[in-house]
Design a protein around this ligand. Structure first.
Ligand SMILES: [Fe+2]
Length: 316
């Protein structure tokens, strides 16, 4: 435990900028102040909704088709050289400890299994949805990537130790959980600043400010977006429920991502937009079935894995 937190403190001293809130951009047009009529109404206005790349649509088609084979999945992955490179590097990383070198997509699918390879491909492509904005941005996109990867890796490792099955789907859940936040922040810098100010002045969380100003929070918005994209139901639940303790207790997908989100921020992989760390639902933690000590034991390895996966997936 000591080792793990020492690393965070060391980073705070050596790289203080990493922990500073992002400077406030100048010349931002104020938000119009009109409360939308629910998340769908918000999505109808001028929002920055990432467009789904063709390869993602094809992966989804293969995953959802009960007649698809491992070969079909390998073929789809092979069409995208960037995805091939990322999948091979992931398959050869410390995330998996295969004895042989994984050098082709079909070998990766054979070793990982159809479901896991599909989830991993989906998670990898998901990161490319969050592009760096060219206009004035309140969100630090690189920090957003790191937070998403950290949450994905932690969620996957918790699921693995807890024996929840198909741990890679938790990786995708973690990668996508804050998509609603990305859409809100990238859609209107004025709205983003107003949310930050409100959260800061009240000493409250960002999602409470969202609920007050918009009538819904980024988790609910993210769930709607992912549902509209026809992503697997468990990903909708993980995204929509990550700030909802009741859902986190009832559903392991929401519970694991809720815990992983908190842990990622506690380890310094935060978004740099809010100083409120939030809370972890003790019941959700209990429900997962692993102890705090077990998790703390896993921390140094998890930190290494986050840094390794970030290097592999960094869309630079
Ligand atoms: Fe969130």
């Amino acid at each position: 435990m000591k080792e793990s937190f020492k690393r965070v403190y060391k980073k705070m001293i050596l790289e203080p900028d990493e922990f500073q809130p992002r400077p406030r951009p100048a010349g931002v047009e104020p938000w119009h102040g009109q409360k939308p009529d629910g998340p769908r109404d918000f999505l109808k206005s001028k929002v920055v909704l990432p467009s789904l790349p063709q390869v993602l649509l094809e992966i989804q088609k293969v995953i959802n088709d009960p007649d698809s084979s491992a070969d079909d999945l390998a073929k789809v992955i092979s069409k995208d050289p960037k995805l091939v490179a990322a999948i091979l590097r992931l398959a050869n990383s410390a995330m998996f400890s295969f004895r042989t070198e994984v050098d082709t997509p079909s070998r990766a699918v054979a070793l990982l299994g159809f479901k896991q390879a599909g989830s991993l491909a989906l998670g990898t492509v998901s990161l490319s949805l969050f592009k760096r904005s060219k206009s004035v941005s309140v969100l630090h996109v690189e920090r957003f990537w790191k937070h998403s990867i950290a949450c994905g890796v932690i969620a996957q490792e918790i699921a693995r130790v807890a024996g929840l099955g198909d741990p890679e789907r938790f990786f995708v859940g973690g990668m996508l959980h804050d998509i609603g936040l990305y859409v809100i922040f990238e859609s209107s810098a004025g709205l983003a600043l107003e949310l930050l100010d409100m959260a800061k002045n009240k000493g409250d969380s960002l999602y409470s400010a969202e609920q007050e100003l918009l009538g819904f929070d980024h988790a609910i918005l993210g769930g709607v977006i992912i549902k509209d994209w026809n992503f697997p139901k468990q990903l909708v639940i993980a995204t929509a429920g990550h700030h909802n303790p009741e859902k986190a207790i009832k559903d392991p997908d929401a519970g694991v991502v809720h815990i992983a989100d908190f842990m990622a921020r506690a380890l310094g992989y935060d978004l740099g937009v809010s100083s409120v760390l939030g809370f972890i639902s003790p019941e959700a933690w209990e429900q997962i079935g692993i102890t705090g000590e077990q998790f703390i034991e896993m921390l140094p390895e998890i930190q290494d894995l986050i840094e390794e996966i970030f290097k592999i997936l960094n869309p630079q």
